[in-house]
Ligand binder design. Structure first.
Ligand code: PHB
Ligand code: FE
Length: 327
């Protein structure tokens, strides 16, 4: 084992397939040509490496996101905003009953650096974990190069709004060509007719045109911010690579095409609902569920987040409801 002092990532020399093995607390991570192998003191687990890398990429880029990021029904992380739980079987009824589940809590920088190092080492040249499977190479096989530019790409996070001077720029043909599936999306920009004296204070942009140029999938960008109210639209194709467990309500506005959602109980995984969202549909996903989306065609989804830091505790203690409306 070698330990890098600066970030405390613990990794071995490359194995027979060329990949380092990582450990964090009682967990170990090994990859071979097709799979990620995870062990913990009471068990072990195998995931297809394509799903593992796509989930890992999102956990890293979203800095552990809101609440729970399940890589599948067994392994994942829970964000406590300063520390992160890493778990196996904790939100799986069968593992819990068999007492095979395991949770450890880490300071965020340590798990962040370990996950970043593993993502970079395990991602081969030609595979982009954020891209639609239809638009990237395969992750499988022995280690072959790397794709650091893709796995460290900057996430769009506006401080006020995309297009505001000094904030996140609009996308152009040079930086972001229109995606093959959005060739018919109009590219005109709104005409702003500001009252005299307010010319420098009014901004607008074409969100559909902006999204038609996204080169990633299942990766909400923050395009506008009003205090804790974040508009996080995203373009989707194929399957959301994580099963997201909410710690607050999230609103979805389906801007185009269709997404099928599987909604489960956040803690046990018991099925709760199937939701088919078509263009124009609006849904509030409760604060006590987990969900995974399936998008048969590339689609546009607006995820509306309330980033108030007090929400998880208000919901966990029962002082705020898990759903915004009672029928
Ligand atoms: C979600 O968990 O709510 C989510 C995550 C990523 C997406 C869309 C929705 O692209
Ligand atoms: Fe979610």
């Amino acid at each position: 084992m070698t330990t890098t002092e600066a970030n405390e990532v613990t990794a071995t020399e490359p194995n027979a397939e060329g990949y380092k093995q990582f450990s964090l607390g009682g967990f170990t991570f090994r990859r071979d040509e097709f799979f990620a192998h995870i062990t913990w003191p009471t068990g072990s687990h195998v995931l297809s490496v394509d799903n593992f890398l796509r989930a890992l990429q999102r956990d890293v880029a979203w800095d552990f996101f809101y609440g729970t990021v399940n890589f599948d029904g067994v392994f994942g992380t829970v964000n406590h905003y300063g520390t992160v739980d890493m778990f196996a079987g904790r939100y799986n009824d069968a593992y819990r009953k068999a007492e095979l589940d395991h949770v450890e809590n880490f300071e965020t920088p340590l798990i962040r650096e370990t996950f970043k190092a593993m993502l970079d080492d395990w991602t081969n040249d030609g595979f982009d974990p954020f891209a639609s499977p239809a638009e990237t190479g395969k992750p499988f096989g022995e280690k072959q190069g790397s794709n650091t530019a893709a796995v460290t790409r900057r996430r769009v996070v506006a401080s006020r709004m995309v297009g505001v001077p000094g904030d996140e720029p609009l996308r152009t043909d040079e930086t972001h060509p229109i995606n093959r599936m959005f060739a018919d999306v109009a590219q005109d920009e709104p005409v702003i007719e500001a009252e005299p004296g307010f010319e420098g204070e009014v901004c607008a942009f074409n969100l559909f045109a902006y999204l038609s140029r996204s080169d990633v999938t299942w990766n909400p960008s923050v395009v506008s911010v009003c205090e804790a109210s974040l508009y996080c639209p995203t373009t989707e194709e194929y399957i959301l690579p994580v099963i997201h467990g909410n710690d607050r309500v999230e609103w979805f506005v389906q801007l185009s095409d269709t997404i099928h959602w599987e909604v489960e109980d956040r803690d046990t995984g018991a099925a709760r609902a199937k939701v088919v969202m078509k263009a124009g549909d609006v849904a509030a996903m409760p604060g006590d569920i987990r969900h995974r989306g399936f998008s048969p065609k590339r689609s546009m989804l607006l995820v509306w987040e309330n980033a108030s830091p007090e929400l998880p505790e208000l919901i966990a203690s029962g002082r705020a409801p898990t759903a915004p409306i009672d029928f």
